[in-house]
Design a protein around this ligand. Sequence first.
Ligand code: 5GP
Ligand code: MN
Length: 318
Amino acid sequence: MSKAVTLQKTVSLLEDADRLVIVTHVNPDGDAIGSALALAEALRVKGKMVIVTIDDEISSFYKFMPGIDTFVRFSADEQVEADLLVVMDASSLDRIGKVVNCVRAPILNIDHHVSNTGYADYLYLDVMACATGEIVYELLRELSVTISKDMAFCLYVAIVTDCGYFKYSNTTPKCLNYAAELLSIGVQPDVVSDFLEMKSRNDVNLLSKVLETLDFHHNGRIASIMISLENYDADIATDSFIHYPRYIEGVEVAVMFKAVDAEVTRVSMRSRLLDVSRVALSYGGGGHKRAAGFTLQAELAVAKEQTLKRLTEEMDLL
Ligand code: 5GP
Ligand code: MN
């Protein structure tokens, strides 16, 4: 089990390290990328040697993020000496892929997922934080780093990604105050939302095909959509697709099934009441009470049947 640490202790662990590797989770989103880039930049300003990495392709969708070109990808046999491996926004170790085998250093995990498995040497976990970016904002203030416009931009992207532009239940007075402070540093909210909301024609074409798969179960309490292997394109950002089943009257749980290989299906869930993080955790995934995901080693139709059966059972227990 991890040693739980305070924000102050987290700051001293970061201050005491000279060479740091920062890693965030595969299939990265705006919080993963934004919080990793902001912390990396701040530690570089403090004179530290920082490598920032993800064991995955980063969708070209995120090319607008300042510093996105600084992400490196380790080869399988690479060995990196560091004083600290900082794992951001990842609730289980499998989320950082092979990076765990490439870096010899104690692990500090900075996270906000209720499903955190306690795998790190040191864990700073704030489940009330709307995003890991919110925690990084607090860390930067404690580290006495002047927050640059680029850092502020990254942190704002992180926060609005995870709280859905202050719509979700994880929106708090604190996260709104921090967002306001980031705006006063110079973040332009319209510029951020134009980047995050922008869709290519291919994105919208895929969305139209995916909406045709909309399906209702359990008397309309569950809605699902599917992305077939034929339609799967790793470079199309599909994170927003789940909003469509989620915001349909009567729907309590929305699920998106994405075939990423013949026998591999990614499952994303959004819920109003059911704690979907527990469902995800039982399948080796994780997340938050109302937004969670996992990967099944099963073909799309099988994964769909199995997941819907399980969700129906869980909802009947409520
Ligand atoms: P999404 O459905 O957008 O992929 O993920 C929703 C939330 O669940 C995010 O906070 C994400 O980090 C978490 N999550 C999604 N898939 C997994 C997974 O396979 N493992 C873990 N540990 N967390 C996941
Ligand atoms: Mn997050």
